[in-house]
Design a protein around this ligand. Structure first.
Ligand SMILES: *Cc1c(COP(=O)(O)O)cnc(C)c1O
Length: 422
């Protein structure tokens, strides 16, 4: 799997060829090159390089077609019958598709619905309720804001204590730090698999094991890994996980989240938002809430069917391309970015805020300079779209199925030029 990335790293373009030549060659030999044509093309005049596919993935042509077909087809003709035809099963079907293509999860453990934030709340509460008498939640200071705020809210609500792990922003959370933070009071530990800022990949298996040794449960946020870095939830013995579908899965703005709950835990846990569609025999409209069996109980209200259409197209694309091949290209893209930035004049003062070791680096690379906050709007005006992450990072989100090496090269050249101008 390291093959392609290593080829980029060792390519000797200084003597034999320019970085643009190398980008062209990498595109020409990219086994996933055809997937770029599956996306709705952007206007090349106004968009030179889209380097933010890890915040909002590009739309697939299949999504445009299927959304149109759905409105005039199933919705218009089947109307309310659509629910019993198949819509009620979509959260399960699409959940299982995500589980099998991207998460290493056997069927019956993944469901789609709500936002990532709401799912985080539901799963965190379910985990805490399953560990009565334990009063602590472990989380790291550099976790994504919504994860931190959800934990703060729950700690406030349930009078629990938060045990903060101080993370080094340019690396990430280590197993040793987790081992030192967990103990007999730990109910839940919540971490991101791929750090949203640095792209650092946490050791899911070892960290999960150390939380389990302390008797706690673990909840992983997979928003920056799903569809980009292979995840092995079952093999890592994970308890709970959530993630976004609008990043590398190209589900569209506000697309619903997915939740994973390990099969052995499902019937023993209770999530806090008791809605009619998570109840056993929903349509009996009976008195009193009784949770449905299995993963179904993690649904609260009516599933967001229209929003799942692009998610379905997105996960089908990942399944077709194969997550291991996606990862291989992802590594090659991030290696290429690092190689080009390493070739910049030292006077530019740009540093790397992501791991250099590709085995612990996800699909994005952060580069740093103190004035990148001021520089980013000018890049956007030029049609070069990365994003800025405080305090000083430009984050290059490289989406393997839609980003080309030449596009990345264009973006990097614009950043280099803008940095040199200032
Ligand atoms: C993008 C992201 C979210 C987003 O949550 P929403 O509820 O969809 O806004 C949550 N967690 C992480 C780690 C993310 O990267």
């Amino acid at each position: 799997m390291a093959g392609w990335g290593a080829r980029v790293r060792t390519a000797n373009y200084h003597r034999k060829m320019t970085s643009l030549d190398l980008a062209r060659e990498l595109d020409a030999t990219d086994p996933l090159a055809e997937y770029n044509g599956r996306f709705v093309p952007a206007d090349e005049q106004s968009l030179l390089a889209y380097l933010d596919g890890n915040s909002l993935g590009r739309p697939l042509k299949a999504s445009a077609e299927r959304l149109q077909e759905f409105v005039t087809g199933q919705w218009a003709t089947r109307l309310i019958r659509g629910w019993t035809d198949e819509w009620m099963q979509w959260p399960h079907l699409i959940g299982d598709a995500i589980g099998s293509a991207a998460l290493g999860a056997a069927p019956g453990q993944v469901i789609v619905g709500d936002s990532t934030t709401v799912m985080l709340y539901k799963l965190a509460r379910a985990a805490i309720a399953a560990r009565p008498g334990r009063s602590e939640i472990v989380i790291d200071t550099d976790n994504f804001p919504t994860d931190r705020y959800i934990v703060e809210g729950i700690a406030d609500e349930l009078s629990m204590t938060i045990r903060w792990i101080e993370t080094d922003q340019s690396t990430g959370i280590s197993t040793e730090q987790v081992e030192a933070a967990v103990g007999p009071a730990t109910a839940l530990a919540l971490f991101s698999h791929v750090a949203y800022r640095s792209g650092f990949i946490a050791d899911m298996q070892a960290i999960t094991a150390s939380v389990h040794v302390a008797g706690g449960l673990v909840l992983w946020d997979l928003s920056h890994s799903v569809g980009s870095v292979p995840v092995l939830l079952d093999a890592c013995d994970v308890d709970f996980a959530v993630g976004c579908t609008y990043k590398y899965l190209n589900g569209g703005p506000g697309a619903p989240a997915f939740a994973y709950v390990r099969e052995r835990l499902q019937d023993g846990v209770s999530q806090p938002i008791w809605g009619w569609l998570g109840r056993r025999d929903s349509f009996e409209m009976a008195h009193g809430y009784e949770p449905a069996d299995g993963i179904r109980r993690f649904i609260s209200g009516t599933p967001p069917i229209i929003s799942m259409i692009p998610v379905r197209a997105g996960i089908e694309l990942v399944a077709e391309a194969g997550i291991d091949r996606i990862r291989e290209k992802s590594v090659a893209l991030t290696e290429f970015a690092l190689k080009v930035v390493d070739g910049w004049a030292p006077e530019l003062g740009v540093t790397i805020g992501s791991p250099r070791d590709s085995t612990v680096r996800g699909g994005h690379v952060t580069i740093c300079r103190s004035d990148f906050r001021e520089l980013t709007p000018a890049l956007w005006d030029e049609g070069v779209i990365p994003d800025f992450r405080a305090p000083d990072g430009i984050r290059l989100g490289l989406s393997p199925l839609s980003t080309t090496f030449v596009e990345l090269h264009r973006g990097l050249a614009a950043i280099e030029a803008a940095a040199a101008r200032r």
